[in-house]
Design a protein around this ligand. Structure first.
Ligand SMILES: *Cc1c(COP(=O)(O)O)cnc(C)c1O
Length: 480
């Protein structure tokens, strides 16, 4: 047996751990946004597998010393590095409770299945999908996009594609997405056997939105070559600059051409809760499938994504499988079909829905929308400060919550300025005052600040810019 020999001793330690966790979150603002894992910690972690027991107290002390201080920074209010959620204390508590129940949510008739169904139904309704839609929670949008690509492929080729694979398929299929689309869509094409060349990567306009004329031309070109267009992927929030493709127009094109319309709304789709973003997302409700994350702009702790498919029967037909160990019955624990395993890749699945259920109940959808709205306001505020600053240059207009900009040192050629900005990003991270990331926009290296953080306050925005300026001056000083 692996349960504690002394439950009261375990209780005492668990209480201490919970107290420490609460303090850790309460005091997050007073710690560095990020610090590197020290060499001695890395070495200590690379130890051989322990064969004998260690007292829990000792393990916990090691956790506090060697693990807890060296997080990735995304829970910090001045983490702007990537499109990552910041979590909530209640989300962490819910995960503890979910692990306490420890159900396997692949299927069967127990309450976690019903909680996940309820959570998916909330978001199905929010996004304007019908009751017959299918849905399943996933690790994240990478898996959700893959599931959608597989459903679209199965629709295009018929259920026989499940048996035959792509070995005997004619004609060839082609899908379409903008150059700004997340790399996991390409990966979904690779994994699903279509091959990444079947994904036509299309140009974007000055705001990084899919160029619809180029889309129409690419479809016509493929048809003329005997290739079958089957899937159009639109973005509700691109990861590099936060662009939203013209979803309404894309829905029109998909309808006219008979294409499956999938929307990658990883962080952007929940923006529908924010009044300023809602109009931008018009057309989302016409998608055949939608992938989005709870762990980004809804602040549910990692990991929690979701895919919703308009035609739930098609969704099921692409993934449902049988086995004697999966026998379904009319009553008892093996009832309550369909099971989540019939809508995705995994059989064993965590009780991810509980942290979503807690989060949405605790705050209400309206408040979650207000937090998104605050991030949009902060991103625009940073964009305005950057545009007004003689040393900074805004590289693309702020559309949602991502700001891409660049420091312009005197007398440096573009390539040297690229290097300078990369170095600047690293220095800001190492300072511990804030985290930003680097990306490429229009061929130039950019400093990227993403606002997906429920802890960020308005006053953190000028603080961020002051930090970058201070590090830029230090870097210039070091070069002189
Ligand atoms: C984050 C992101 C993804 C990948 O989602 P994961 O949850 O990290 O798997 C896909 N698309 C976009 C636009 C994203 O921002």
């Amino acid at each position: 047996v692996l349960d504690p020999a002394d439950w009261e001793a375990f209780r005492a330690l668990a209480h201490r751990a919970l107290d420490d966790a609460v303090d850790h979150l309460r005091d997050v603002r007073s710690r560095p946004a990020w610090r590197p894992v020290p060499e001695d910690v890395r070495e200590a972690l690379a130890e051989p597998m322990p064969l004998d027991p260690t007292p829990l107290e000792h393990i916990y002390e090691r956790f506090v010393r060697e693990i807890l201080p060296y997080g990735s920074g995304n829970i910090h209010p001045r983490f702007f590095g990537w499109v990552q959620g910041s979590g909530t204390p209640t989300g962490a508590l819910a995960d503890l409770l979910a692990a306490t129940m420890n159900p396997n949510v692949g299927g069967r008739n127990h309450v976690a299945v019903h909680v996940e169904r309820a959570v998916i139904a909330w978001f199905r309704d929010l996004f304007g999908f019908p009751r017959e839609a299918g849905g399943v929670m996933t690790v994240g949008t990478s898996a959700a996009n893959l599931i959608a690509v597989v459903v679209a492929r199965t629709r295009a080729l018929g259920a026989g594609a499940r048996d035959l694979g792509l070995q005997q398929q004619r004609p060839m299929l082609a899908g379409y997405a903008s150059r700004s689309t997340h790399g996991c869509v390409r990966k979904a094409f690779e994994i699903s056997g279509l091959g990444s060349r079947a994904l036509r990567v299309l140009p974007v306009d000055g705001r990084h939105r899919l160029d619809v004329d180029a889309l129409r031309e690419a479809i016509a070109r493929d048809r003329a070559a005997g290739i079958q267009p089957f899937l159009l992927v639109g973005n509700a929030g691109t990861v590099d600059v936060g662009a939203v493709d013209p979803l309404e127009t894309l829905a029109d094109v998909a309808a006219a051409e008979g294409l499956w319309f999938h929307v990658d709304g990883a962080f952007g789709a929940p923006g529908i809760l924010a009044p300023s973003l809602k109009p931008l997302l018009k057309g989302l409700e016409r998608a055949d499938s939608l992938a989005f994350d709870f762990h980004k702009w809804l602040h549910v702790p990692y990991d929690a994504g979701c895919v919703i498919v308009r035609d739930g029967e098609l969704h099921r037909a692409a993934f449902a499988s049988e086995g004697p160990y999966l026998t379904r019955m009319d009553r008892g624990l093996a009832s309550a079909t369909p099971w989540f395993t019939d809508f995705g890749i995994d059989l064993s699945r965590a009780f991810r829905a509980l942290k979503v259920w807690f989060t949405v109940h605790e705050h209400g959808a309206r408040k979650l929308g207000e937090v998104i709205e605050a991030n949009v306001r902060q991103a625009h505020a940073l964009g305005a400060l950057v545009a007004a600053h003689p040393r900074f240059e805004l590289l693309v207009p702020v559309q949602t919550n991502v700001v891409c900009f660049r420091y312009r040192p005197d007398g440096l050629a573009e390539a040297a300025a690229d290097h300078f900005n990369d170095e600047l990003v690293i220095r800001v991270q190492e300072s511990g005052d804030a985290v930003v990331s680097a990306t490429t926009v229009g061929g130039r290296r950019a400093i990227r600040a993403c606002f997906v953080n429920q802890r960020t306050r308005d006053e953190d925005v000028p603080l961020l810019l002051a930090t970058i300026e201070r590090e830029a001056e230090a870097l210039l000083g070091a070069r002189r």
